[in-house]
Design a protein around this ligand. Structure first.
Ligand code: SF4
Length: 385
């Protein structure tokens, strides 16, 4: 039997060349340089509850998280770090505020990196020499994580508020202290809750250093608002080649952050697309319940990770065109559905059979893609029409 071409979606032209950044190694994940932009999240469990934390890390890993951060506000949390760092399937970054002693504990614990917030760590500048030495000895990179809400008091006085310039000056000042001790194994974030300030801060930072950048809109809000803020801000920066690793911050379970992060990267073709449902928004011409159809097809194909594009269209205006462009699709009308595979109508089925036919055909295509070794991505749903 001759193998048919499954038309694996080629990666379209990039919007911009990636900014040239230094590459650092966060455990098994390279960040910066030509490494793919990675997705991070942060656990919400008490880090000292080792079982719950490892369980959440496992869920995050399964949802496509590549690097995870854990908070370390107490000695009990610091004591839990060695086991968590050893047992986690993905690199663990310890997130340290206020207490410099936990920076050393996290480095000793074998964490893949340590995030420090220079704005609120006591006498941080005096500790840089020791931190740089310990980090160098253990090969541990440091993220200088400047946050609008905890900006260094000196810079707040100088600028009046957390302006892009203030965020950038804080980050570069701290980086320069590490550089004085020959330490450049650094990545930087300058987070703000306002995407406009955040975008400008990262643009300025990108122009003034070659460190890899961790993008984040801090305190972005509940899932809906936070998703939009992050998508807009990351989209603006990533489309200009700025950004090496991302964390979407949502007031929602961290798995949701990872899904959004992966979806942003896929939308910009910075990550291999997985299953993509292209469904029309429906309108007065629809001859079928598109929402229900799209939902049922999505539910039936949940878990499929091959880069299959499935079009679910409500009528014959754009239906045949979109369905033909997709790997698989349906154009509905007159109580029937025309089923397309690779641009050809393979059959027409009654409306009641559309979902099962699409799922059946999707399974056949997926099997063949898997047999052909087509790489997988994350599932997604897009709206056409
Ligand atoms: S394909 Fe376009 S025209 Fe037809 S129902 Fe969907 S949105 Fe309306």
């Amino acid at each position: 039997m001759t193998a048919i071409s499954l038309g694996m979606p080629s990666v379209p032209t990039k919007l911009a060349e990636r900014r040239k950044s230094r590459q650092i190694q966060v455990g098994s994940v390279a960040v910066g340089g030509d490494a793919p932009v990675s997705v991070q999240s942060m656990t919400t469990t008490r880090t000292s509850d080792i079982g719950a934390t490892l369980q959440q890390i496992a869920e995050l890993t399964a949802s496509g998280c590549q690097i995870v951060r854990v908070a370390c506000p107490t000695q009990d949390d610091a004591d839990a770090l060695p086991v968590i760092a050893r047992k986690s399937q993905i690199p663990v970054i310890a997130d340290i505020h206020f207490q410099p002693k936990y920076v050393f504990a996290a480095i000793e614990a074998g964490c893949a990196a340590v995030r420090v917030n220079p704005g609120n760590i006591k006498q941080f500048d005096d500790k840089v020499k020791e931190i740089a030495q310990a980090a160098k000895d253990h090969g541990t990179p440091i993220r200088i994580g400047v946050n609008a809400g905890s900006l260094d008091r000196r810079l707040l006085q100088k600028y009046g508020k957390a302006t892009p310039e203030a965020l950038v000056e804080s980050a570069l000042w701290e980086a320069s202290l590490f550089e004085e001790h020959g330490f450049r194994d650094i990545k930087i974030s300058v987070k703000h809750n306002d995407p406009v300030v955040m975008i400008e801060a990262y643009r300025q930072l990108a122009a003034q250093c070659d460190y890899p950048l961790h993008l984040g809109v801090t305190e972005a809000g509940p899932a809906f608002q936070g998703t939009i803020k992050s998508a807009v801000a990351f989209g603006a920066l990533l489309s200009q080649g700025i950004g090496d690793t991302i964390r979407v911050s949502l007031s929602a379970p961290p798995v949701e952050e990872v899904k959004v992060g992966n979806q942003i990267l896929e939308s910009l073709n910075l990550k291999q697309r997985g299953l993509e449902i292209v469904s029309c928004p429906s309108c007065g011409r629809a001859q079928v319940d598109v929402y229900k159809l799209a939902e049922e097809v999505t539910a039936g194909l949940t878990g499929m990770e091959v880069p299959l594009r499935v079009a679910v269209m409500g009528c014959v205006v754009n239906g045949p065109g979109e369905a033909r462009e997709a790997d698989l699709g349906v154009a509905s009308g007159n109580g029937k559905g025309q089923i397309f595979v690779k641009g050809e109508v393979i059959k027409t089925v009654p409306e009641s059979k559309i979902v099962e036919t699409l799922i059946e055909e999707a399974m056949k295509l997926a099997e063949q893609m898997e047999a052909d070794g087509v790489p997988s991505g994350e599932p997604s749903v897009a709206v056409a029409g």
